[in-house]
Structure formats: C-alpha cells, structure tokens
Design a protein around this ligand. Sequence first.
Ligand SMILES: [Zn+2]
Length: 241
Amino acid sequence: MKCINCEQIVEDNHSYCPYCGQKTDLRRLDFNQLMADLWNSFTDTEQGILLTIKQLVYRPGYVARDYISGKRKTYFNPFRYLVVMLAIVLFFVLKFVPLVLDDSNSTPENIDFLHFVFGNLNVFILLMSPIYALLIWLFFRKRQTNFVEILAFSAYLNGQTILFYMLSVVLFLITPSFAGITIVLFGLGICLWLMLAITQFYQTRTLSDILKTAAIVVLAQGITQGIIYISFLISRLRIGN
Ligand SMILES: [Zn+2]
C-alpha cells in the first residue's frame, strides 16, 4: 500500500510508515480520529507550525484538504493552531489595548463599546469557526465533506485570520499615517483570501461557487457584527437595571 503522508510504498504488515513515521491505518477524519489527533499534537512535535503558517498563506484550502484526507504528520492540528494564535493575540491585546484606549479621544459611548469588545475578544474571535463552518456547510452541503471536516477547515481559517489581523496591527503601529489604507487593504485582502481558501477546499472555479464563497464571507461578517452589537446592547441593559 501507499503511505498517505509521504506517498512511499509501504508493506502491508507495517503499522507505521518506515519513511516518515505516520500511522498506516489513518483514513478520513471522524470524531475519534480528531480527538486522537488533538492529543497527539500536544504530545509530539513533528508537525511544523512554521510550515503550516507558510502554506496557509497561499494554499489554505489545500492544507485543510490534505489534513482531512490523512496528511496529519505534515501539518499542525487546526484546533491547536487556533488555540496558539488566540493565545498570542490575547497576550498582546491585554498588554497594549488599555494603553491605546486610555489615550484615544473618542466619545465615552465608543470607549464603552471598545472596552466591551476587547473584554470579550476571545469569545468574539472564536465565533468565527462555527459561523464559517455552518455557512460553508449550508452553501456546499451537497459536497462530500462532513461537519467535523468543515469545522477543522474553519479552525485553520480562524487561526490564520488572527495572524493576518495581528500583522495589520503591526503595520498600523509602524506607519500610523497610512492607517486607513492599511485597514481597508487588509480587510479586502482577508476577504479575498477566505474566498480563495473555500474554492481551493472544494477544488472549484465555477462562477456560481465563487459567488457562494462571496456570500459566505459577507454573511459571516454581518452575523459576527450583529452578535457583537446585540450582546453589547444586552450588557448595557443589564448595567442599566
Ligand atoms: Zn510515509
């Protein structure tokens, strides 16, 4: 048989590939496999996070496809990737945001809103995976992907988006006079990257599928902002009472 990870020919009686060390009985992703992978990714160090970051920049959909179809030795586990990115962003946000907020000359209502958003940032960031997973599943439910596989894909998208936003903040801080352009370009770039990711994931380039990916990105944005705004209003009502 052929190793799914390195594609070398392996004798049938081997339970691990002698070339790369991946288990030979790995198949498509299901819940047990996912949990086993999650555990393994914490206990072994072979999957490279740097390789995963790099490949996610230009072939995000293929990375997720490869991971799901069995190349688990090559890439960082998507959920662990998300947790690592979240930890990094929260570390910086908790360190620097209070400084920025106290310094800005916005209205008290805006400051309240920003405090609310940054105070619940971990929740709002993590909303992205389930929202994208649901929308992708809805729009592409006729394809041969199960919900856990789409959730793994969405976790990669979520983690990588965090990284892109952190980069935009760094650029923002280095060149404050171009702040407006930076925000618009990164926002647009991330939307296009998300569309690229989904078309790669489903290996499609038809116009109707590209329009579907655009709809997913726009809807996800709207739903996320809606949830943030409504939860802000609810939190104000509670304070008011
Ligand atoms: Zn192998």
